[in-house]
Design a protein. Structure first.
Length: 359
């Protein structure tokens, strides 16, 4: 198959649903850890096609959703500095901080600009040499190579007023932490875009340690149904392992050039995940070699005390312990037009997916 419409073929989806129903005997719980998968699962109504033996859980796969509220408070504090331009991906603008948001700060004349890549933020810095430009680096291994490339280019070109505030994260530590915390998971639907960079081999220690299946999936209905079939087959045969369904994009070894860029610019450090707290060596901080472009080190700012939002259960939703409909704020105080928690802000958030497709 070569075209998207083939991966949305109704007959193929239904044949896979029938094969899953015939094969599945054991009660199992599979978790996707990619916001793109969360959105696709509910957009295409896949849970309704599965037998009652299979439960799908949405995990910490949305970059905006897992980002620490203190990171948002830092971004807000940067935006209040008169000589600073904050550059960010669009979703982050609407995420509530403790007392404000980047959208509110922009309305108050803060210079907050939406960009499509950190290289665009680098050009803003080049064009505004008298001001400091802080790019908000969020996301997993998918987006961290682009942040690394921007930092490398800023160094080469001598653009000294370009900085990155990194909240980049690494996926496997969170996958293991969920199991350690007692969340019952029999298999992971692993992220396709992350895996295109890292390769599937990063999941092998998780699969071996916890004896659970990991299948790297694409994003179309046929991709996801085939991935679920592969996980069910592993369970029924008692053969948990790492497999690649998304073979048209992902290889076991991944993208070595992108990996080299990450290794050159970043170093692993402990980092905070919404719902999971601080996880050892789960984040990427800018290393000493490129410290001159590290906003945390080079752009000092006073940050207000972090205040958690009462009633929001985004953390429990990200761990698969509760669903959006369990939240007392869902579709009441919290909606895409007026988001209270990060899971409702991002188009890849579980609450946003449920609101749009599963109300």
């Amino acid at each position: 198959m070569k075209y998207i419409d083939e991966y949305r073929d109704k007959s193929l989806v239904l044949s896979l649903a029938d094969a899953i129903t015939k094969l599945s005997k054991k009660p199992v719980r599979f978790m996707e850890v990619c916001g793109g998968h969360t959105m696709a699962i509910y957009k295409f109504g896949l849970p309704a096609l599965l037998p009652p033996t299979i439960t799908l859980l949405s995990g910490p796969g949305c970059p905006v959703c897992v980002t620490d509220k203190r990171f948002i408070d830092y971004a807000i504090a940067y935006s209040r500095l008169s000589d600073v331009i904050v550059a960010t991906f669009g979703d982050l603008i609407r995420v509530p901080g403790s007392t404000s948001s980047l959208m509110q700060e922009r309305a108050r004349d803060g210079d907050v600009r939406t960009v499509y890549s950190p290289l665009e933020a680098l050009e803003i810095a080049h064009e505004n040499p008298s001001r400091r430009v802080v790019f908000l680096g969020i996301g997993f291994e998918t987006t961290s190579p682009t942040s690394a490339a921007a930092i490398q280019e800023a160094t080469q070109r001598g653009v000294a007023n370009f900085f990155v505030h990194s909240s980049h994260k690494i996926m496997p530590p969170a996958m293991g932490a969920l199991i350690d915390e007692g969340v019952k998971i029999n298999g992971y639907v692993c992220p396709g875009h992350v895996s295109a960079i890292t390769g599937s081999e990063i999941y092998e220690p998780v699969a071996k340690k916890y004896q659970l299946g990991c299948v790297v999936s694409g994003f179309e209905p046929v991709d996801l149904m085939q991935s679920i079939y592969m996980l069910v087959k592993q369970q029924e045969e008692n053969d948990p392992k790492v497999e690649i369904q998304y073979a048209r994009v992902v290889r076991r070894e991944g993208n070595k050039k992108a990996q080299a860029a990450i290794a050159d610019v970043f170093e692993a450090r402990d980092d905070w995940w919404r719902g999971l707290g601080v996880l050892p060596l789960s984040g990427l901080g800018i290393n000493e070699k490129y410290r001159a472009h590290d906003a945390e080190a080079m752009v000092p700012v006073e940050v207000e005390p972090t205040i958690e939002t009462k009633g929001c259960i985004c953390g429990e939703i990200l761990k698969g312990q509760k669903t959006p409909k369990d939240c007392p704020l869902f579709d009441k105080a919290c909606s895409p037009a007026n988001p209270v928690g990060a899971c409702m802000v991002s188009s890849e958030g579980a609450c946003a997916a449920h609101y749009r497709y599963n109300r």
